[in-house]
Ligand binder design. Structure first.
Ligand code: FES
Length: 179
C-alpha cells in the first residue's frame, strides 16, 4: 500500500477516486453482481481490506445496499474486513505436524510475538493463525510466513525468521522515506 508522502486522509480520498474511476470504466457495464465483485477485488488490492468507508462508497456508486456488500465481503475468504498484518504466520495443525511438534512451534510464536491465534501484533507487522494440512506432511512440522513455507521447524529457528521479517520491513520503510 502506498501512503508515503501523502497525508492519510488525502491518500484515502485519492484511492477512492481511483476506485470510482474503476467502477465507472470497468465495472459499470457488467451486471450488478459482477460490478460489485470487481469493485471489492479492487478495494482489497488497493487498501488491503474492505473498510466501511469503501463499502459506503461502492454502495453509492452502484446503488447496492451496504448490507448486501457486507454479505459478499464476509462470504469470500479472499476479502478481509480488517487490515491484515504484513506477515501472516500460519502454523499447520494437521495431524502429521501436530504429532511432529507443531504445538511447540505455535507456543514459541505466541511467546515471541506476545499474541494469541487470530491476533496481530500492535504494530501490524505479524498476524498469527492456524492452517490445515499444507500437503508437505513428510517435512513436518510446517509453518508459513505469507507465501513462504518453512519445513522441519523447531522453536529455535523462530527468532531468526521473525528478525528477517522485521529487517525486511525496516528496509522497506527506509527505502520509502528516501523517495
Ligand atoms: S499435516 Fe502439516 S503439512 Fe500435512
Amino acid at each position: 500500500m502506498q501512503t508515503i508522502g501523502l497525508p492519510v486522509k488525502d491518500d484515502i480520498k485519492k484511492r477512492l477516486r481511483k476506485l470510482g474511476a474503476f467502477i465507472d470504466k470497468e465495472a459499470k457495464g457488467e451486471d450488478r453482481e459482477g460490478a460489485l465483485m470487481g469493485a471489492l477485488h479492487q478495494v482489497q488490492a488497493e487498501f488491503g481490506y474492505i473498510s466501511e468507508e469503501a463499502m459506503d462508497f461502492i454502495s453509492r456508486k452502484l446503488s447496492v445496499p451496504t448490507a448486501h456488500i457486507y454479505g459478499m465481503a464476509t462470504f469470500y475468504n479472499y476479502f478481509s474486513l480488517k487490515p491484515k498484518a504484513r506477515y501472516q504466520i500460519q502454523v499447520c495443525k494437521g495431524t502429521a505436524c501436530y504429532v511432529g511438534g507443531g504445538a511447540r512451534i505455535l507456543s514459541k510464536l505466541k511467546k515471541e510475538l506476545g499474541i494469541e491465534e487470530g491476533e496481530s501484533t500492535p504494530d501490524g507487522l505479524f498476524g498469527l493463525g492456524i492452517t490445515r494440512c499444507l500437503g508437505c506432511c513428510g517435512l513436518s512440522p510446517v509453518m508459513q510466513v505469507n507465501d513462504e513455507t518453512h519445513v522441519r521447524m523447531v522453536p529455535e529457528k523462530i527468532p531468526a525468521i521473525l528478525k528477517k521479517c522485521r529487517r525486511a520491513a525496516e528496509g522497506k520503510k527506509s527505502r520509502g522515506k528516501k523517495k
